[in-house]
Ligand binder design. Structure first.
Ligand code: SF4
Ligand code: SF4
Length: 64
């Protein structure tokens, strides 16, 4: 299980991902977004909903 990958350069800080996270694992500040690894269950709601594709599912197997 891996938390989503976040690309700050593609994020417009709309906050949509924060609203769909069932674990309250996303913290949005003015210029960045933090996914709290301890809370994230990798449900990928945020990845699916992000309108700018700033969040991406990360597949550990590719990194082996
Ligand atoms: S939904 Fe996407 S663009 Fe909006 S704050 Fe979250 S990561 Fe950024
Ligand atoms: S993958 Fe799910 S639990 Fe993790 S930050 Fe995104 S919406 Fe929240």
């Amino acid at each position: 299980m891996t938390i989503p990958y976040y690309r700050q350069s593609q994020c417009d800080f709309c906050g949509t991902c924060v609203g769909v996270c069932p674990e309250n694992a996303i913290e949005l500040a003015e210029t960045t977004l933090v996914i709290l690894e301890d809370l994230c269950t990798a449900c990928m709601n945020c990845v699916i909903i992000c309108p700018t594709a700033a969040l991406e599912e990360r597949d550990d197997r590719k990194e082996l």
